[in-house]
Design a binder for this molecule. Structure first.
Ligand SMILES: [Zn+2]
Length: 439
C-alpha cells in the first residue's frame, strides 16, 4: 500500500472535522426569523400559538429536522417538539425549552409598534424580544447551525416550544408532561431565566447568573368583613379600615427567610450583590400587594361604607420554605377574625438543581470564551418558568439567557418598550452553539 493510499484511508476513517458555521449567514437568518416571530402577536390570553408554531415548524423542516406539532387547547394553544438525533448512547436528551406566548401590551406606553420588530439604535424592539422569543430564536439557530455543520451530539437534543407559559402552562408544559412525557424526557433542560449584566447582579462586573432554581409562588386573597353604612357617619367596623390594618401587618417583611445556599454561592463567587429590586427579591421571601377591591357599585359610591373589602397578595417564597408555615405566619400576624385569608394558587417547591454538572461547566466555558473575564455563577430567579415542572421530576434545569443586558433593558420584561441589544443577541447564538456541540 502506498503512503498516499494509507493517508487517504486514515483520513477517511477519522471523524470529519466540522467546519465552523457561516455566522454571517446565520446572523442574518436569526434577525429575520426573530422579526417574523415577534410580528406574530401570540398574546396570552388566549395564547393562540398556531401561527408561530407553523413558522417554526416550516423553518426547521426546511433544514431537514423532524418536527411534531401538538394542538393542546381550546383557543389555538399549540406546542412543538423538534429533535436532533444523537449518536444513540444511553444518555438522556438535553431539552431546549422556550415558550411562544407573550404577555399583553399597553400600546400607548410604547414609542414604537410593539409587534413591529423594528431595529433601532442597535436594539430589536417588540413584545417577546426578551421574554422569550429572542432566547427561543437563539436556541433554534444554534440547533440548526449544529445540524448543518454535521455535528452529531452524543445525546439527542430536543427543542420544546410551549404555548402558554405566561398563564401557568396548563396547555403547554403541563399538557406535554401529562400527554407526551416520553417526547420531552430529558436529563438536562436549558430554559429562560438567568441573566447576564454588567450592573444588575454586581456593580461594574460582568456576571452571568444561571438560574438553578426559582422561588415558589403563593397567591393569597384577604377579605375583610365589616358593617355597611352611610359615609357621613364613620364607624370602626368599616371593612376598608379593617382590611388596611390587616394589610399593614401582613406586609411587614416576612421573617421566615433563612440563608439560601444558592444565593450564598452567588455571593461567594460575585461578592456583594448590587442593590436593586431583583437582587433583593432573590434574597428573601416577598409579599406584593397586587390588588384592592371594595366599594358599592362601579364606579364605587363615595358616600357608602361597604361591608366587604378585598386584596390580593403575591407572595414569593425561597426554595425550601414551607408554604403552609408561611401562610400560618401571615394569618397569625393578621390575627383578626373579621379577615379571611385564603389561598388562590400555589406552585410546587422544586428546590434547586445542582450546578455540579458537566453541562454547567460547559456553559461556564462557553461564556468565558465569548466574554473573557466574566463570572458565571448559579443563582435563583424570583419568578416562575416552565422549568419548575421539569425540576420537580428530577430534571436538572438551568435558566440561561446568553445576552448582556443593562438594568433598563431587563426592566422591560413584562413591561413597556421591550427590547434586546442586537449584537448581544447574535453572540448568544454562538454561546449556545458551543455549549450544544459538546453534548
Ligand atoms: Zn418567559
Amino acid at each position: 500500500m502506498t503512503r498516499l493510499w494509507l493517508a487517504l484511508l486514515l483520513s477517511a476513517s477519522l471523524p470529519a472535522q466540522a467546519a465552523d458555521p457561516d455566522w454571517t449567514k446565520w446572523n442574518a437568518y436569526a434577525v429575520d426569523l426573530l422579526q417574523q416571530y415577534i410580528r406574530i402577536p401570540t398574546i396570552d390570553p388566549p395564547a393562540d400559538t398556531r401561527a408561530s408554531a407553523s413558522l417554526i415548524q416550516n423553518e426547521f423542516q426546511k433544514q431537514g429536522f423532524a418536527v411534531t406539532v401538538y394542538p393542546s387547547g381550546p383557543s389555538g394553544q399549540t406546542n412543538l417538539v423538534i429533535r436532533l438525533k444523537g449518536k444513540g448512547n444511553s444518555a438522556k436528551p438535553l431539552l431546549l425549552s422556550n415558550h411562544m406566548d407573550v404577555v399583553p401590551v399597553d400600546r400607548k406606553a410604547w414609542h414604537i409598534d410593539p409587534f413591529g420588530a423594528d431595529i433601532k439604535d442597535g436594539l430589536i424592539w417588540g413584545r417577546g424580544a426578551l421574554d422569550m422569543k429572542g432566547v427561543g430564536v437563539e436556541q433554534m439557530v444554534a440547533l440548526m447551525a449544529l445540524h448543518e455543520a454535521g455535528i452529531v451530539p452524543s445525546r439527542d437534543i430536543v427543542m420544546l416550544c410551549t404555548a402558554d407559559e405566561e398563564s401557568g402552562g396548563e396547555y403547554g408544559i403541563d399538557w406535554m408532561i401529562k400527554n407526551h412525557p416520553s417526547d420531552i424526557d430529558a436529563e438536562y433542560v436549558l430554559d429562560e431565566g438567568g441573566l447576564g449584566s454588567r450592573e444588575a447582579l454586581s456593580r461594574d462586573k460582568l456576571v452571568f447568573g444561571v438560574a438553578v432554581g426559582e422561588k415558589q409562588l403563593l397567591w393569597l386573597k384577604m377579605t375583610a368583613h365589616g358593617t355597611a353604612g352611610h359615609g357621613s357617619q364613620p364607624i370602626a367596623e368599616n371593612a376598608n379600615l379593617i382590611l388596611l390594618r390587616g394589610l399593614e401587618k401582613a406586609l411587614q417583611l416576612p421573617p421566615l427567610s433563612k440563608p439560601n445556599p444558592t444565593v450564598e454561592e452567588l455571593v461567594r463567587q460575585v461578592g456583594p450583590l448590587a442593590q436593586n429590586k431583583f437582587t433583593s427579591a432573590i434574597q428573601s421571601n416577598t409579599v406584593s400587594l397586587t390588588s384592592l377591591r371594595s366599594g358599592l357599585g362601579d364606579p364605587p359610591k363615595a358616600n357608602v361604607i361597604p361591608s366587604i373589602a378585598e386584596a390580593t397578595l403575591d407572595c414569593r417564597l425561597l426554595p425550601g420554605v414551607n408554604g403552609d408555615e408561611f401562610l400560618s405566619e401571615i394569618k397569625a400576624r393578621v390575627n383578626d377574625p373579621r379577615i379571611q385569608v385564603t389561598e388562590i394558587r400555589r406552585s410546587a417547591d422544586a428546590g434547586a438543581s445542582t450546578a455540579d454538572t458537566p453541562l454547567f461547566r460547559d456553559i461556564q466555558k462557553s461564556l468565558g470564551q465569548h466574554y473573557p473575564g466574566a463570572t458565571v455563577a448559579p443563582m435563583l430567579v424570583p419568578y416562575g418558568t416552565d422549568s419548575v415542572q421539569l425540576r420537580k421530576r428530577g430534571v436538572v434545569a438551568y435558566g440561561l439567557i446568553p445576552m448582556v443586558l443593562d438594568t433598563a433593558t431587563l426592566a422591560t420584561m413584562h413591561s413597556d418598550e421591550e427590547r434586546i441589544p442586537l449584537e448581544s443577541f447574535l453572540k448568544g447564538i454562538q454561546v449556545l452553539y458551543d455549549v450544544l456541540k459538546n453534548q
